[in-house]
Structure formats: C-alpha cells, structure tokens
Design a binder for this molecule. Structure first.
Ligand SMILES: NC(=O)c1ccc[n+]([C@@H]2O[C@H](COP(=O)([O-])OP(=O)(O)OC[C@H]3O[C@@H](n4cnc5c(N)ncnc54)[C@H](OP(=O)(O)O)[C@@H]3O)[C@@H](O)[C@H]2O)c1
Length: 241
C-alpha cells in the first residue's frame, strides 16, 4: 500500500505575516516575478453569474495583503468590465501601479481603476481605435501599445521591469492568465479553494483562451492555510518542463 502524508495545521499564522518574501522577489530574465491570484469554486470555476464573487471576507483580506506586497497589480479588460478594480493600499506611500491589458481599449471609464491614487497604465495594441485610446487618456490613464494586434506580454513585462516593478500580482481574469501561462510567465499561483458550489455550465475556468503551454506544467505547494469556515488558501510555485 502507498504511504500517504497527512496534511494539516501545525499552528496558526497571522495573515499579514505571510508571504513577505515577495518583498524580496527573485530576479528573472528581465521581467518581474509574476504571481497569479484567483479564487475558485469547489466545482472548479472562477466566475459565478459572470463575476468573481466566490470567496469570503478572508479571501478578500488575502487579496488586499498580496496587493500590499506588490509593485504592480494587473488585470485583463474582461475583468474590468464586470468588477471594480481599486488596488490602492491603505497607508502605503508608494501605491502599486495599476495595469489593465486590453486589445481594444474599450473600457468602462466609470470603473474605480480610473480613480486609483497611484499610476494607472492601460497596455494595449496598435490596433486599438484612436478614439478609444483618447477617451482612456482623458479619463486619466497612461496608454502604451505593446504589439500590433495583441499585447505582447513579454514586451509588457520587460517594460514593467524597466519601470522598477519587481513583483507583479496578476488578478486575472482567465484569458489573461491563460496567455501568461502559455508564455511560461507565471512563477507562482495563489489559489483560494472556496466552499461554494455553483454548478453553472458556462462559468469560466482558471485558464481560458486558445493558447496552451508547451510541455508539462506542475505545481509545487509552498503553503496551505485554512480559515475557520473551511476556505483553503494554497500558494504554489509553478514549474515548466
Ligand atoms: N475568481 C477569480 O479570482 C477571478 C479573477 C478575475 C476574473 N474573474 C472572472 O473572470 C471573468 C472574466 O473573464 P475574461 O477571460 O474575460 O477576463 P480577462 O482575462 O480579464 O479579460 C480578457 C480580455 O483582456 C484583454 N486581453 C487579455 N490578454 C490580452 C493580450 N495578450 N493582448 C491584448 N488584450 C488582452 C482582452 O481585452 P479586449 O476585449 O479589450 O481586447 C480580452 O478580451 C469575469 O467573470 C470575472 O469576474 C474571476
């Protein structure tokens, strides 16, 4: 019979003492250290009724904590279209750079992203209509093009590193996450295993889009915590072979 290791609590940790090594994120080949943060239902989906309202307050507290360690926080336009994006960190003098990736630059200008107290960057493509680019600039965000039809994520990450970003937190969504994974650009995954079951047939999975990573991708678990209500918080390193 195979021997199985018992996983379990060996004590408790205060949330704000966790993951502080990210403040000293390791150097990569001309790009920031990249971590994805997602919350997933018990049936393996990351959207519920088209939004990300899946986790508890503790999951949100973990998200706020990770933001407090990040130099920049990034999402895709699909997420901005359904969720407010306000990655401001209370009490921090230097606010994280807030980034939205969008091919079209067709963005909801009333989203809280445009009121972020730190710098705001929309990473777009040369194909974005000039009127949409002008509207985003007028709403107060910097707009930069990183490719002809798509945002070249390698070029974007290199530019972020040159701007001084060492730790980049990506909060989805699944299309952007799928492209980052396919490009072998994800170093870590913070995955909250929620207790909610939604059984929605069309809900989003963690990685979407047509691109697939070459070879195999495996996770090496770094830590696993559980809250009093049974939600689990897993941190893993991503290995590409
Ligand atoms: N559970 C969670 O933790 C979590 C986290 C985040 C999001 N979500 C959920 O995920 C759903 C949204 O999914 P989604 O896949 O649409 O989100 P998404 O990845 O945030 O957005 C996709 C959009 O991002 C832009 N984009 C991504 N990669 C690009 C690239 N390389 N170049 C140019 N543009 C790029 C495109 O914008 P354009 O359309 O402008 O071209 C694309 O349509 C929502 O229901 C949201 O609530 C869940």
């Amino acid at each position: 019979m195979a021997e199985l290791t018992r996983l379990g609590a060996t004590g408790t940790d205060e949330l704000d003492t966790l993951h502080r090594d990210l403040l000293e994120s390791p150097a990569h080949d001309g790009r920031p250290h990249v971590a994805l943060n997602f919350v997933m239902t018990a049936d393996g989906r990351v959207s519920f009724q088209g939004r990300a309202e899946i986790g508890t307050r503790t999951d949100r507290a973990l998200m706020f904590h990770l933001r407090s360690l990040a130099d920049a926080v990034m999402i895709g336009a699909g997420t901005l279209r359904v969720d407010p994006f306000a990655p401001a960190v209370q009490g921090r003098e230097r606010q994280p750079l807030a980034i939205v990736v969008s091919r079209t630059c067709d963005l909801p200008l009333g989203n809280r992203f445009f009121a972020h107290p730190g710098p705001r960057l929309v990473a777009t493509s040369a194909g974005a209509p000039a009127t949409a680019v002008a509207a985003v600039r007028a709403a107060g965000a910097e707009v930069e093009s990183f490719g002809d039809a798509e945002v070249d994520l390698v070029a974007l990450l290199a530019a972020l590193r040159r701007r001084g970003v060492r730790f980049l937190l990506c909060e989805g969504g699944p299309t952007l996450a799928g492209q980052l994974l396919a490009g072998r650009l994800v170093d870590e995954l913070f995955l909250t295993h929620a207790t909610l079951i939604t059984a929605e047939p069309d809900a989003r999975r963690l990685f979407e889009g047509s691109l697939r990573p070459t070879g195999t991708v495996r996770l090496e678990r770094i830590s696993l915590h559980e809250s009093a209500d049974g939600e689990r918080y897993e941190r893993s390193r991503v290995h590409y072979r």
